[in-house]
Design a protein around this ligand. Structure first.
Ligand SMILES: NC(=O)c1ccc[n+]([C@@H]2O[C@H](COP(=O)([O-])OP(=O)(O)OC[C@H]3O[C@@H](n4cnc5c(N)ncnc54)[C@H](OP(=O)(O)O)[C@@H]3O)[C@@H](O)[C@H]2O)c1
Length: 246
């Protein structure tokens, strides 16, 4: 899958050392190392995961250790960007400042090329971006959950990449509110495309700074998702899709 993705032109892979732990980074390294020069591997820190659930692991020292774990498992000296992943969006308080300082220090020392944020509030985004360069923001956002619309607008205004996570909807499976939406299904049928393609193109047409990271373990889905780039949503589609999740 990873090799097929790169062959198909994917130049941005999202990961985390805590996915496993190590499992996803090991797969990426085994499949793609030495990495193509144009490939941006973007990771995230702030969570510790063993055999059980993930837990916050996000004081300054733990964030630094998380970055080093990613470098070790991916076998690189520097990552294109690393997101500071918060448990939930919140206040831009002193603890957030300490976390940001750890990320900036890692950038200053060359361990990461860019600082990103994940699961942040508008207040945290504004505070962080006023103080230092933020290259990307990764928040939950899809057709049926637009709670991060103000964060997306702020990213667009500041020229920061906005990377919606779970772009095909959450929960996955039979209760997926996007892929089972009658409006999405009807729109896809009318345009001669698929529901995932409608969901992905709807995100792309929102703003030029939207970057997509739909996860898949299927090469058929990979190519289907890539082709979403060429889908044209007409006015009727955009108007009807406004009601999804409302
Ligand atoms: N920052 C965060 O807190 C956070 C949280 C969650 C996820 N993420 C990131 O978001 C990215 C995507 O996450 P994700 O994979 O969990 O969620 P996702 O991309 O929203 O959903 C993936 C699911 O959609 C299915 N799928 C993909 N393409 C499809 C298609 N064309 N037709 C039908 N089903 C399709 C996949 O099944 P198949 O395998 O069968 O295609 C899989 O079950 C990852 O990079 C992840 O790291 C970040």
């Amino acid at each position: 899958m990873l090799r097929a993705a790169v062959t198909a032109g994917i130049d941005h892979i999202d990961t985390a050392q805590y996915y496993g732990p190590d499992v996803v980074n090991d797969l990426i390294r085994e499949a793609l190392y030495p990495y193509p020069g144009e490939l941006a591997i973007v990771s995230k820190v702030g969570v510790f995961r063993d055999a059980g659930a993930g837990n916050p692991h996000d004081d300054a020292r733990q964030l630094r250790a998380g970055i080093e774990d990613n470098l070790r498992s991916l076998r690189v000296d520097q990552l294109a960007a690393v997101n500071l992943r918060l448990p939930s969006p919140g206040r831009a308080d002193a603890r957030f400042d300490d976390q940001l300082a750890a990320m900036v220090q890692a950038r200053d020392e060359g361990l990461i090329a860019g600082v990103g944020l994940s699961n942040v509030s508008l207040e945290q985004l504004r505070h962080a971006a006023d103080g230092t360069e933020i290259v990307c923001v990764q928040n939950l956002f899809h057709l049926a959950d637009r709670g991060s619309t103000p964060v997306l607008a702020e990213c667009t205004r500041r020229g920061i990449a906005f990377v919606p996570f779970c772009p095909l909807g959450l929960p996955r499976g039979p209760a997926n509110p996007v892929l089972t939406s009658p409006v999405v299904i009807r729109t896809a049928a009318r345009l001669g495309v698929t529901p995932p393609q409608v969901a992905l193109q709807w995100l792309l047409q929102l703003a030029p700074n939207v970057l997509l990271i739909p996860g898949t373990g299927s090469t058929v889905h990979l190519l289907e998702n890539l082709a979403a780039e060429h889908v044209a949503l007409d006015d009727e589609a955009v108007r009807e899709l406004a009601s999804v999740g409302a």
